[in-house]
Design a protein around this ligand. Structure first.
Ligand code: HEC
Ligand code: HEC
Ligand code: HEC
Length: 482
């Protein structure tokens, strides 16, 4: 990847001037070549910035938009940001893009903070320049996203975002450091990677609470875990290599795999980063102030020394299956596991790591005290594609009843996840399918107040008009009488 320093060195070279016409001609040729070289360097840097910022995890690989972000207020849809003149951002100047990224203001409207500009605010000028060049260099997609943003009154009035920005958008109080590696890590985590948008707890107005930076948050049925190095509730037992592997491949140490929104982010974003940047992210996360937060009661992944090597040999899956099928005394959960899971994860839960079917023994998804993400995985599955050739895990929402899914979750958590007990029910599965995302109280109050205000205004207008007519009529009648 070209560094910003390299590209500015190139810019400097343009300004050299020579006296003779021949030299000027030579320079013109060389200058053109250098301009092209500089543009292509910027395109390359821009592509990298887009990856590090995860633009494609919301706007799609072709930038045509359509990804729906479910918030308790309603659905917000990512826009088409391909350079289409009509449907995308074809007409954007570099400054238009900077305004979107730093203030959430596009040429024709104010954007909801679901577009993570509260984090992108800290992007450098060089990165924004390059991103702009790269975005305009992509193929336009001339169509609208399939869905449209749908929020109820008063949240559908975008002027309200002005108040949010005025109150909450500002320079943030995040950990500072002089170490160049940690600084790079901080830039990637705090700004480009906008990790805090999912991993930092928010208050009732959806404002990230920086005193709880990266301590874990739940959004739309998914828990984004505590990323501080807290030994039990956070990533204290993760090595820097684990973090690095997880962000590069979505898998780490045979004990944890990324699913849901994190899988998207790994696929479209972090898996494209270079080794130095991944190492910087890992180092920065490890350096953050430790915050004990969350319900986790044992480390989600065991320390390296306690990890079991998933030993498996050719034909093991079939042999185990045959043996187990021959048993006449299978319990209902055992039978369900055999029918629906064992072909990939094996009866003994050792999986087939060489083919990316992960072991369930010691699996973080099964060791979590909060079973929300496990239920999401069993319901929706995990799409293929995070890493080259990695297969998908199917979802079981249509195939199994809520009861059966709960039974399988309980069975796998206690059998492979070392959890002492698990008593999930069909109701928990229903809640995972349809998270009753209650609107936080302050926003609910705001909504009620807005309705009361609106109704008051209508009463005022209608009442005022009636009084006006009544007065006008009385005057008219009086005039007739006279
Ligand atoms: C977490 C998901 C998410 C990520 C990541 C994201 N965006 Fe967005 N973006 C959105 C949403 C949602 C909207 C529409 C917001 C609205 O309707 O108010 C949006 C709107 C925009 C717009 C405004 C277009 C318009 O409608 O006028 C631009 C430009 C944009 N994004 C560029 C980017 C770029 C560049 C990146 C990467 C640096 C990026 N976005 C990353 C979710 C995202
Ligand atoms: C769109 C939301 C989102 C963004 C952005 C995001 N994450 Fe995550 N992250 C999640 C979710 C959800 C999980 C849980 C995934 C699972 O259980 O399979 C997760 C899991 C993780 C984990 C595993 C933690 C554990 O205990 O299992 C790490 C490490 C991680 N994220 C790091 C990052 C970093 C670093 C960034 C920024 C570069 C980032 N995430 C950005 C949503 C997000
Ligand atoms: C067709 C093969 C297949 C079947 C059948 C299957 N899985 Fe998976 N499973 C996978 C793959 C592949 C992954 C890893 C996905 C990834 O890359 O993250 C996975 C991941 C998991 C994970 C870890 C998810 C996470 O969040 O980290 C759990 C737990 C799991 N499976 C449990 C089950 C259970 C229980 C069943 C039976 C109901 C089952 N699987 C059936 C292929 C399968």
């Amino acid at each position: 990847m070209p560094t910003a320093a390299q590209s500015s060195a190139m810019n400097l070279r343009y300004s050299v001037r020579l006296g003779t016409p021949i030299a000027a001609l030579m320079l013109a040729g060389a200058g053109l070549a250098e301009t092209m070289e500089s543009t292509s360097t910027q395109v390359e840097l821009g592509a990298y910035v887009a990856r590090a910022s995860g633009c494609m995890s919301c706007h799609g690989e072709d930038l045509s938009g359509g990804y729906r972000i479910e918030t308790p207020m309603g659905t917000i849809v990512a826009s088409n940001i391909s350079p289409s003149g009509k449907y995308g951002i074809g007409g954007y100047s570099r400054d238009d893009l900077a305004k979107v990224l730093r203030r959430g203001v596009s040429p024709d409207r104010r954007l909801y903070p679901a577009m993570p500009y509260a984090s992108y605010r800290g992007m450098t000028d060089e990165d924004i320049d390059a991103l702009h060049v790269w975005l305009q260099d992509q193929d336009p997609v001339d169509k609208e996203p399939d869905h449209a943003t749908d929020l109820p009154f008063p949240f559908n009035i975008r002027t309200g975002i002005m108040a949010w920005n005025w109150l909450y958008l500002g320079d943030r109080d995040l950990p500072e450091t002089d170490d160049p590696v940690l600084r790079r890590g901080a830039y990637l985590v705090d700004h480009l990677g906008h990790c805090g948008e999912c991993h930092t707890p928010r208050n009732g107005f959806f404002v990230m609470q920086d005193d709880q930076y990266l301590a874990g948050e739940e959004i739309d049925g998914w828990l984004s875990p505590n990323l501080t190095a807290a030994p039990v509730t956070g990533i204290g037992t993760w090595t820097e290599q684990d973090i690095n592997d997880y962000l590069r491949t979505g898998h780490a140490g045979n004990v944890v795999q990324a699913a849901g929104p994190m899988a998207r982010f790994v696929e479209h974003g972090t898996s494209h980063l270079d080794e130095d940047d991944l190492a910087a992210i890992a180092a920065y996360l490890k350096s953050l102030p430790v915050i004990e937060a969350g319900v986790q009661d044992m480390p989600a992944i065991p320390p390296v020394a306690e990890r079991e090597e998933p030993r498996h040999h050719y034909g093991q899956i079939r042999a185990e299956m045959a043996q187990t099928l021959a048993r006449g005394d299978l319990t209902e959960p055992e039978q369900l596991y055999l029918d629906h899971c064992a072909a990939c994860h094996s009866v003994s839960g050792k999986g087939q790591p060489q083919a990316y079917y992960p072991p369930l023994v010691q699996n973080a998804a099964l060791r979590r005290a909060d079973a929300g993400n496990l239920l999401q995985v069993l319901i929706h599955g995990v799409p293929a594609g995070k890493l080259y050739r990695a297969p998908a895990m199917p979802g079981f929402e249509d195939e199994l009843s809520h009861d059966q899914i709960a039974m399988l979750a309980n069975y796998t958590r206690t059998t492979f996840g070392e959890r002492p007990d698990s008593s999930l029910t069909a109701a928990d599965v229903q809640r995972a399918i349809d998270p009753e995302d209650e609107m936080p109280a302050p926003l609910r109050t705001l909504q009620v107040a807005a309705w009361v205000g609106l109704i008051g205004l209508i009463v005022l207008i209608v009442g005022g008009t009636m009084i006006f007519w009544w007065l006008a009529r009385r005057r008219g009648l009086k005039r007739q009488e006279n």
